[in-house]
Design a protein around this ligand. Sequence first.
Ligand code: 5GP
Length: 198
Amino acid sequence: MNSEPAGGLLVVLSGPSGSGKDTILSELMKLEPKVAATVSATTRKPRSNEIDGKSYHFLSIGEFEKRIDEDAFLEYVRYGDNYYGTLKSEVDALLKKGMITVLVIEVRGAAEIIKKYPEAISIFLVAPSHEVLEARLRRRAEEDEEGIKKRLMIAYTEMERCRDYKYLVINDVLEDAVRHIYEIIQKEQQSERGRKNA
Ligand code: 5GP
């Protein structure tokens, strides 16, 4: 792949666990049918509400490492005790269809994508306060105390990377954050069209 994504628009959405990335994404998809998300691969165990092939491609460590050897990933990281990675095939397929292609990924993977695609729209999402972030993680109740503590630690270090992104959005009231991101995408689409017509 070269550095000019063909057809669609590439959007990188990052933010700590509990910042509300997945909820925002599903609201955006309702608002704009051209928005689509890539399905990442991971070695993490599925949560109770997750479906293989839809939420993630859930792989064993061996399967994931085989794909690393095959150069199947646009980026991948070790995060906590697990691997996560964006498959080239997922991104290619959506961009070819002209979709607004959203990668919901953590900061190190995002930095790789921003380097490869400087035109990508990068958005960092934050919770309005540490207290709200912690409360959201606890409400999810999918992890034990140690898991929550680990995610909070990662969250605080991730927030230091928000300056690498073009946009920072605070997710206080969900509808406002969704509208804000939708407006960012529309504005970027217009300037993209302007660049192409110039
Ligand atoms: P979770 O376990 O909560 O689903 O995801 C943990 C973190 O990994 C989140 O910040 C999520 O956005 C990120 N993530 C999910 N898929 C990918 C991926 O393909 N690449 C990278 N770098 N991060 C990912």
